[in-house]
Design a protein around this ligand. Structure first.
Ligand SMILES: [Zn+2]
Length: 113
């Protein structure tokens, strides 16, 4: 990676992620809880120290991805990452509807616990 790009990186956990800049995973990052598994939304890669990643801002009106902000690894990142993530999500709802059904049931159950 060029030094120029390294200089544009942000610290994970700051609001800077909205600017769309990547981060470099540190050991500290791995210790923290981010409210969701620390994995790439597209390929499932578990982040490890030294990896490049980005926290993709997706929680806006008319976002092509209707699942909230998410992490993406350097290998999967790209300008069309929101469209690709949205497509995967919609496709999985169509083909893996039973899995989504189970998630919904689980959520319902949790609500009544
Ligand atoms: Zn990935």
């Amino acid at each position: 990676m060029s030094e120029e790009k390294e200089g544009e990186m942000i610290e994970l956990g700051t609001k800077d992620f909205i600017k769309g800049k990547p981060f470099r995973v540190t050991d500290d990052d791995l210790e923290k809880r981010w409210g969701s598994p620390f994995r790439c939304q597209l390929c499932g890669h578990w982040f490890k120290a030294g990896d490049e990643g980005r926290w993709v801002y997706a929680n806006f009106k008319d976002s092509p991805f209707k699942g909230g902000d998410f992490f993406v690894c350097g290998g999967c990142d790209g300008e069309d990452v929101l469209e690709r993530a949205g497509k995967i999500r919609e496709e999985s709802k169509r083909t893996h509807w039973w899995l989504w059904h189970m998630v919904d049931v689980e959520r319902e159950n949790a609500r009544h616990r």
